[in-house]
Each structure stands twice: as structure tokens, then as C-alpha cells.
Design a protein around this ligand. Structure first.
Ligand SMILES: [Zn+2]
Length: 449
């Protein structure tokens, strides 16, 4: 009966067909000899080639033979500061507060809009070549980051980082954040979204957080904040308010507007309840948390409580590499050693965190995070032949989480447009990019005589 129905319906027209790969997806699982059809911005149909409906490729449509490859959704980096690539390797081996206050803030004081553009363009290129098709970012001069993302061909949700030391300067930042929302939210065919980004409880005031919550509710914007990154941050919050950062956020209304909270390393059982109750999305950044000696987040406990936990890289100044294979692998192995349980956070769960869970944490799972029909065609082809670390391989989730590296990424599509081919971004002049970032990084970090 199914065959008769297929024969009676008109053939499906596709502009893009990716054929023969092993599909690896957080929702669909593993599908051997898969077929993905796209129009090309959206996925029309995906599944086993043997079960495909009648279809034909549009004239001049693209047909990609992908036998022997893994086809996976583009990874979603749930927390980053893209332009901090300019400070990559500049301030290593320091803990969070001295790192920020003695090294990072002085450099950021010199940052000009065009530096942000080049730094963000580098981040976008680096991420795309590593199979990361979308990221959540918080920084300054975000219209420059938006331009860079659009040019590179990726996708991002951007927040103008706002601090309020108590002198009222936060209001100016908030006005800029609202302008960014009006100008860019939904831009570039929906590839750019905008959130409001109060930097953290320790870098703002309670009154300001309340203001941000109020404006976010009025605009229909979500918020992106750093939360309980380490003990020192919690101590500051307790000293000022007698409450944890999560309690302050819940109290000011910030958790009620749709919140993405980065880190959540030092969260109490009560904090975890608050995160779950308010459906706060968490961005877990294992490499950054390890390098700044912040700690290991209670990922398993948060997930068990029903909290959505995605994965992020944080900025390149603290993580050095903006790629998610290492974040997946570390997210998994850290929970094992923390809980003394080798079965904790298995590969398939770490894979879901880097894709669909991150998309949910961003409030973007309607379009990205998995390769289901109807979603955007943000897809990555991983070729095991490009990386000896993938020889041999058995379970595809295990191969992608524990063995894969960016060098294995062969091709990347965002909204059906091929932006990475043969492992290299094709949308950007990378020689010019290298020259610009090298020159600008030297200027920004020069020592005053
Ligand atoms: Zn951060």
C-alpha cells in the first residue's frame, strides 16, 4: 500500500541530495546508507535510502556522494566570545579574576569595532572548519560580529555584553543592546538572532538585572549571562546580596524571560532546582573551566533534574581552540572521573549536548540541532579517512565524541549553502584574515613604554 501511495504522489523536488553516508543524529540515532534531501535551505526528507520516497533533483541541483562518511548536524557552540581570538594565548596559566582584571580588561579597553570584526571572522572560520555551524556570543561591537558571521556564512545568536559598575553606564549599553535587537534579530534570512547580555551578577547591580529582565520581556528577547563560574563569584554574590547568583537572577526576573546561563560550575542543589523550575538553558564549557581552574560542573545532576545543558567553548582567550569535539570528549570523561563512574555521561549524551541540547539552550531547537525534516539544512560531513584517530571505528557516537578531531571535517552546509569544502572555508579570504588578526593582536597587546 505504501508503494502505491508513493507511486501516486508527484516526485519530491530537491536542490541538494547527500547520499550514502552514515547519519548520526541526536534524535534519529544512527542510520546506515542514509539519504538527506534539502530544498536546499530546509531539510525535505531524511532517512534510509532504501525507504526514500520518489524524488528528483532539480536541474543544476547538487548531488553529494557520501559513502564512508558520517553525516551529522552542525554543532552548536552555546557560549563564546568570538572576537577574543585576538587574545588567544596572550594570558595563560592564570585563574579567572586575575586573568580578567590584570590581562583581559586592559586589552579590551583598546579594542576598536574593526578589531572585533576581524577577531569574530577568525572565530567563525575556525568554528565552521571544525563543524560548528552556530554559536551564542557575548561581546562588544556586536554589529561587527554580525557582519562577520553573515560573511563567513554561519549562524549566531549575539548579545552585547553589559556591565554596570554602579555608575549608570549600563543604561547606555542597554540602549545599544536594544538597537542591536531591532537591527539584527532575524537578519540574514534568520541566521542572526539577538539576546540581551548582562555579563554576570558580579559585574552588574541587582537593579540593573531587573531593568534588563523588564526590557527583555518588552522586546521578546532572551538573555545570556555568566552564572556561578567559580567559588570567588559565588562569594562575591553572597557578600553583596546574601544569595547565590542563581537566586539573584530568579529574584530579578532574569530567569523568567528565557535565559541562557554560561558555566553553572558551582551550583548548589537549590540552584539546580531554580534552573530546572525556570527552564534555564545551561552552557557547559569544560575546557575553559579546567584551564581557569574553576572546577567541574555537576552536569549529570543538572540533567537528572531536567535542566537542558548544552556545550560551549567560551572565548579563545581562555580556551585557545574553538572546537567542540574536544568539549564533547572532556564533558564526558570529566563526569566519569568526578562521579567515579565510567558509565556517566556516555558518548551519545555528550553528542546530544553539542547539538540538540545546545540548540535548546539557545531557544533555537525549532530550526537547528538535529537533521530532522523541516529544520534548517545545517549539516556536517565527517570523513574518517582524513584522520588516523578514526581508524577503525565501531559505534559512530563513540567515534565522533572520543576520537574525532576538526581535521576529519570534510564539508559543512549552513542553510543548505556549502561553506566548507575539502576541509576549508570557501567564503572568506583566509590569507588576508591571517594578516589582519596577526597585526591587530600585536597592536592590542603591546606593552605601554
Ligand atoms: Zn564567557
Amino acid at each position: 500500500m505504501d508503494e502505491r501511495r508513493a507511486a501516486a504522489s508527484p516526485p519530491l523536488e530537491a536542490a541538494l541530495a547527500i547520499e550514502g553516508a552514515t547519519l548520526v543524529d541526536p534524535e534519529l540515532g544512527v542510520v546506515e546508507d542514509a539519504l538527506l534531501l534539502a530544498d536546499p535551505a530546509r531539510i525535505l526528507w531524511v532517512g534510509a535510502r532504501s525507504q526514500a520516497p520518489a524524488w528528483r533533483l532539480r536541474p543544476a541541483g547538487e548531488r553529494v556522494g557520501a559513502r564512508g562518511r558520517f553525516l551529522m548536524p552542525g554543532m552548536v557552540n552555546a557560549h563564546s566570545h568570538a572576537a577574543m581570538t585576538l587574545m588567544r594565548g596572550y594570558a595563560d596559566d592564570l585563574s579567572l579574576m586575575p586573568w580578567l582584571e590584570t590581562r583581559i580588561f586592559p586589552v579590551e579597553a583598546r579594542l576598536r569595532p574593526e578589531d572585533t570584526y576581524w577577531g569574530a571572522l577568525l572565530a567563525a572560520v575556525e568554528m565552521l572548519e571544525a563543524g560548528v555551524t552556530a554559536f551564542a556570543d557575548m561581546y562588544f561591537f556586536m554589529e561587527e560580529t554580525a557582519r562577520a558571521v553573515v560573511e563567513a556564512g554561519g549562524r549566531a545568536v549575539l548579545a552585547r555584553g553589559m556591565v554596570e559598575p554602579g555608575d549608570g553606564s549600563g543604561e547606555r549599553a542597554l540602549a545599544e543592546a536594544e538597537a542591536l535587537f531591532r537591527d539584527w534579530h532575524g537578519a540574514a534570512g534568520g541566521r542572526i538572532r539577538v539576546m540581551l547580555g548582562p555579563h554576570g551578577v558580579y559585574t552588574t547591580t541587582r537593579a540593573f538585572l531587573g531593568r534588563v529582565a523588564e526590557r527583555a520581556a518588552a522586546l521578546g528577547a532572551r538573555v545570556h549571562i555568566h552564572l556561578s563560574e567559580n567559588d570567588d563569584e559565588n562569594r562575591r554574590s553572597q557578600a553583596t546580596y546574601g544569595k547565590s547568583p542563581a537566586e539573584v537572577c530568579a529574584e530579578t526576573g532574569l530567569f523568567q524571560v528565557g535565559c541562557l546561563a554560561a558555566h553553572c560550575v558551582k551550583v548548589s542543589p537549590r540552584d539546580i532546582e531554580l534552573l530546572a523550575e525556570h527552564r534555564v538553558g545551561v552552557a557547559h564549557n569544560p575546557v575553559s573551566n579546567l584551564k581557569l581552574a574553576s572546577g567541574i560542573a555537576p552536569v549529570v545532576e543538572m540533567r537528572r533534574a531536567g535542566v537542558t545543558v548544552g556545550l560551549g567553548t567560551d572565548g579563545a582567550a581562555s580556551t585557545n581552540r574553538l572546537e567542540m569535539f574536544e568539549e564533547m570528549r572532556l564533558a564526558s570523561v570529566l563526569q566519569k572521573v568526578r562521579l567515579d563512574d565510567a558509565s556517566a555521561l556516555p558518548a551519545r549524551e555528550a553528542f546530544a549536548m553539542a547539538t540538540l541540547e545546545s540548540a535548546r539552550a539557545l531557544g533555537w531547537a525549532d530550526e537547528i540541532g538535529s537533521l530532522e525534516a523541516g529544520k534548517a539544512c545545517d549539516a556536517v560531513l565527517v570523513d574518517p579517512a582524513r584522520s588516523p584517530a578514526l581508524w577503525p571505528h565501531f559505534d559512530p557516537f563513540s567515534a565522533l565524541v572520543y576520537s574525532a578531531e576538526p581535521a576529519a571535517v570534510e564539508a559543512v552546509w549552513v542553510a543548505g549553502r556549502k561553506v566548507v569544502e575539502d576541509g576549508r572555508v570557501r567564503t572568506v579570504d583566509v590569507e588576508r584574515l591571517r594578516h589582519e588578526v596577526t597585526r591587530r593582536a600585536a597592536f592590542l597587546t603591546r606593552e605601554e613604554g
